[in-house]
Design a protein around this ligand. Structure first.
Ligand SMILES: C[S@@+](CC[C@H](N)C(=O)[O-])C[C@H]1O[C@@H](n2cnc3c(N)ncnc32)[C@H](O)[C@@H]1O
Length: 226
């Protein structure tokens, strides 16, 4: 599908929030290469992790934070057929791309401009939250994990993948692609923050040590007060 050139890859001033991606990262995010990577690598790994846990998200209420150009929307809609699917991104250009995709593919998804550190949705609403490589953009990534926990039902699932400090330092040094220094973590730090945000890690998979996939379960109250 080709999108009209008039869709900017950043939000316009009148829309309030403005968040720009580095131009190289933006090109990758909207490219067919990313679509293939998403389908045959990222999403496949999450499906495998869920299968190994004997968890089926079919027909569940799903939220996706930082949906980008909407590759997650397409894959999750087709695979899990959610009873409700809500997605958001801070970058208005990405929101528009996702909205156009939904329209073209006839999918039933509510997409809006939103911030993962202050999710404008009620608490305990979703069975699962997907976050595909978003937190390395966000200085307040610890707060984001707490917000994700808030919108999940008790025992709800977080499916999140990220890149660690080693690759982000490499991108900065050799490609001049910058991300906030405070959003660079080792896997030890990341696991620790997941636990601090009241998640129990059920499964984890590290690809080449730099690309991490985690399935976490929101701690239930019973467990907290045991
Ligand atoms: C590396 S891209 C990944 C996009 C998409 N998840 C994917 O895998 O194709 C990171 C995305 O996170 C979005 N983003 C960054 N900070 C965000 C925030 N605080 N809240 C919501 N989205 C954010 C960016 O606009 C961008 O679309």
């Amino acid at each position: 599908m080709t999108l009209p050139n008039s869709i900017p890859a950043y939000s316009e001033k009148q829309e309030g929030i403005r968040f720009d991606l580095h131009h190289l990262e933006e090109k990758l995010m909207i490219s067919p290469l990313k679509k293939l990577m998403f389908k045959y690598f990222e999403f496949k790994i999450f499906k495998r992790l869920l299968h190994s846990l004997n968890i089926d998200l079919y027909g569940k209420k799903i939220l996706e934070g930082g949906c980008g150009a909407g590759y997650g929307i397409e894959a999750i809609s087709n695979h899990f057929k959610p009873s409700e699917y809500v997605a958001f991104d801070l970058n208005m250009g990405m929101v528009r791309r996702s909205q156009t995709k939904i329209k073209h593919k006839g999918l039933s998804v509510n997409v809006f401009q939103g911030d993962v550190t202050a999710i404008n949705l009620p608490s305990e609403k979703f069975d699962a939250v997907f976050i595909f490589t978003v937190l390395h953009h966000e200085k307040n990534w610890r707060k984001a994990l707490k917000e994700i926990n808030r919108v999940l039902k008790p025992n709800g699932l977080l499916l999140i993948n990220e890149i660690n400090n080693r690759s982000l330092n490499w991108f900065e040094r050799y490609l001049k692609v910058y991300h906030p220094k405070s959003a660079r973590f080792t896997w030890e730090m990341f696991r620790n923050e997941l636990n601090q945000a009241e998640f129990t890690i059920l499964r984890e998979y590290l690809f080449l040590q730099d690309f991490g996939f985690f399935v976490g379960r929101k701690n239930s109250l019973e467990k907290k007060f045991k």
